[in-house]
Design a protein around this ligand. Structure first.
Ligand code: ADP
Ligand code: MG
Length: 702
């Protein structure tokens, strides 16, 4: 097969070109109207589209179709049905109706619903999201036509990540269009959030991966001492890509391109064995679907290369973790990026209004943003040295900060700092123009030229929640702004005053310094910014009066949907930690402790035989090692028993939030207490006796 990008890009997508080719004009335009303006879909149109989709898919080898959806498990789900159908006279035909395209009925009882439905009420529906194109997936099952769908209960409550995201996109569009009308842009009918999700991941050798229960069951190492070399030399970042990894990258690009995912950038990341893949941005819901495909295919393709792909936020303690940078902006249906400052940002009042709207939204709802990046894995990352801190702040760069300062002081900005020329002092190197502002890698929410980059999201998480929240909180601020401005007599004056007032009230959220520093923690406290350190402490922000009002007003989540999501989050936290704790208990009991016992026996035997052979020989080394390892062994045994006791206790009567808190406050520290002596033993015990591959083996040997 050709490997030319232009030959393979999107060949497995039922996209615009295919639709134009295969649909009658009238049907095509009717479908476009639904996609672009959200108009109701005519059943006749669905019928014709289904038939065309089936023909196209079958020509490309498909035998099955599947409604592809994103339940609250965080991974995608699909049920496969073949096109097979029988006629009355016993013949076999391939069938796919409009009804089958737009609606599926998977049994919903095995997906988390957070109490939205009782187990005996099994009905759930998947409904076609025609704004995200259908595509073909190729795997050992053959070729399957995948139809992106939303998943809801019998009563229409959302059971998935996509439904609220689509609702929030609508809310944002409505409010942004109102604001644009005030600026005279009557031609704009829709505004869409654009998203580009950069994905970090680790690749390690598959055989070594299979030797570690912790990686298999929890996705991260629960034990492991640091190797002598960490990432202090900074020689991996952007370094040359190893052969085996390069062939993985080549293959995943091709797989993704075929499905229309615009995989664009790839490079080594900061930690050894860590990499990144970034696509070109697109509409938020498509970007979310694509990111799910990216994660899934990373695992799949890695497997083919005898590699294991780790998407956990912190697979290795003491080594950089993996995140997902969620680049976000707003783009009109006329093609204008609303966060593009242009050449003279200080005069671009429309840009400044949208900018301060985002600033205000982030300041008012920092707790929700923090929640959108909360999962058990990210607890190890946020607030540690390498990751954005758990405190939400915004970086906008010196140029825009200066503009906003002028506005705060004088009500308007007269000047604007320029980038100027960059001189490297070598004549043969062309002179470059530099950006007006530098970057800040430590900020969790950074303006990077014409978009915001939310850097807190965890590597394994869907970006749906983060974008649902960003869309809704910005929609809410824009809605209040529109309410105020629509009443104004002098609109120009009113906009200027609104910008000044908004930035004056919310500039506390702007911070340009080092987000990883201790001083910032102090400073943020003085400014009254929340510092929510863990998932368990973040969850309740979903159900505050403020949140219920916000999501209710914009019809993104009903109160019962919020409560259900809170319950799912508490539950998923408890389950994740329970698995980790049980895995540690198992590994310590059947692998580490027996290995150390063998080692101590070896030392004892050595002491005895040396003594017997030569009574005057110096055996202090063996004695010292025996003393030290025995002491650590008993420490480990004590910690193990304690952890076992706590895990049993947790299985008892505790419920929801209480149970999650017990895991966080009691069990997580007990897990650390068990890990500590075992990691110390790893640096003492004979490597031949150590039952598992070390960090060094995993991170450096590929
Ligand atoms: P950086 O080093 O700045 O993070 P990358 O190229 O790794 O650069 O990632 C930038 C990401 O931002 C890409 O996915 C890109 O497509 C995305 N992006 C660029 N412009 C926009 C925009 N207007 N809206 C959303 N995402 C954008
Ligand atoms: Mg980035």
């Amino acid at each position: 097969m050709s490997e030319r990008l232009t030959d393979i890009f999107g060949i497995d997508v039922f996209n615009e070109t295919v639709m134009l080719e295969r649909l009658p004009r009238k049907v095509y335009y009717a479908l476009k109207k639904t996609i672009e303006n959200g108009e109701d879909l005519d059943p006749y149109v669905a019928e014709v589209v289904a038939s065309a989709m089936k023909e196209w898919a079958i020509e490309r080898g498909a035998t099955h179709y599947s409604h592809w959806f994103q339940p609250m498990t965080g991974v995608t789900a699909q049920k496969h049905d073949s096109f097979l159908s029988t006629t009355r006279d016993g013949k076999v035909i391939m069938e796919f109706s409009g009804k089958e395209l737009i609606k599926g009925e998977p049994d919903a009882s095995s997906f988390p619903s957070g109490g939205l439905r009782a187990t005996f009420e099994a009905r759930g529906y998947t409904a076609w999201d025609c704004t995200s194109p259908a595509f073909l997936r190729r795997d050992a099952l053959g070729v399957t036509l995948c139809i992106p769908t939303a998943f809801c209960s019998y009563n229409g409550e959302a059971l998935d990540m996509k439904t609220p995201l689509l609702r929030s996109m609508e809310a944002l569009s409505i409010q942004a269009v109102r604001i644009l009308k005030l600026f005279g842009h009557d031609d704009v009918k829709q505004v869409s959030p654009s998203v580009g999700a950069e994905q970090e991941y680790f690749l390690i050798d598959k055989a070594k991966y299979l030797k570690r229960d912790d990686l298999i069951y929890s996705g991260r190492t629960l034990f492991g001492a640091m190797p002598p070399k960490g990432q202090e030399l900074e020689d991996h970042y952007f370094g040359s890509i190893k052969e085996r990894v390069a062939s993985f990258m080549k293959e995943i690009n091709i797989e993704l391109w075929k499905m229309g995912v615009t995989a664009k950038t790839q490079h080594n990341e900061a930690a050894p064995a860590q990499y990144e893949l970034a696509p070109i941005f697109t509409t938020a819901n498509i970007a979310t679907d694509h990111n799910q495909l990216v994660m899934e295919y990373m695992k799949r393709v890695a497997n083919r290369h005898n590699l294991a792909c780790l998407l956990h936020e912190k697979p290795f303690a003491g080594v950089n973790g993996s995140g997902k940078h969620n680049n976000w902006s707003m783009i009109t249906d006329t093609g204008k990026n609303l966060l593009d400052p242009g050449k003279t940002p200080h005069e671009n009042i429309q840009f400044l209004l949208f900018l301060v709207a985002v600033i205000k939204a982030v300041d008012l709802h920092a707790d929700l943003l923090r929640l959108s990046a909360a999962n058990p894995g990210n607890d190890h990352r946020l607030g540690e040295d390498e990751a954005p801190p758990a405190i939400i702040s915004i970086y906008i760069g010196t140029q825009l900060e200066d503009v906003l300062n002028q506005i705060m002081k004088n009500g308007e900005a007269k000047t604007c700092m320029k980038g100027g020329r960059l001189n490297v002092g070598v004549h043969t190197i062309p002179e470059l123009y530099k950006d007006a502002a530098d970057r800040n890698r430590t900020s969790p929410f950074a303006f990077t030229g014409n978009k915001f980059e939310f850097r807190m999201v965890g590597a394994s998480m869907s970006v749906a929640t983060a974008n649902t929240i960003i869309n809704t909180i910005v929609a809410d601020v824009l809605s209040d702004m529109a309410d105020e401005l629509e009443k104004a007599e002098d609109i120009n004056l009113a906009i200027h005053q609104l910008i000044k007032r908004t930035i004056t009230e919310h500039h506390r959220i702007i911070y340009s310094g080092n987000g990883y520093s201790k001083e910032w923690v102090e400073e943020a406290k003085r400014r009254g910014l929340p510092n929510i350190k863990s998932m368990v402490e973040a969850i309740d922000s979903l159900v505050t009066d403020k949140a219920i009002k916000l999501f209710g007003k914009h019809k993104v989540f009903s109160e019962s949907e919020l409560v259900s999501r809170r319950d799912i989050l508490y539950d998923s936290y408890s389950k994740a930690i329970n698995i980790e704790a049980k895995t540690m208990i198992r590994m310590a009991s059947v692998q580490y402790i027996p290995a150390v016992i063998k080692y101590t026996k070896m030392l004892a035997d050595s002491i005895n035989s040396v003594k017997a052979a030569m009574p005057e020989a110096d055996i202090s080394v063996q004695e010292e090692l025996l003393m030290e390892s025995s002491k650590l062994l008993s420490e480990a045994r004590f910690a193990l028993n304690n952890l076992k006791k706590l895990v049993e206790e947790a299985a008892g009567s505790l419920n929801g939030a209480e149970r999650a808190r017990f895991y966080y406050y009691e069990i997580v520290p007990a897990m650390k207490a068990l890990r500590s002596p075992i990691d110390k033993l790893e640096c003492i015990v004979d490597k031949d006796l150590w039952p598992l591959p070390s960090y060094g083996d995993l991170l450096y040997e590929l």
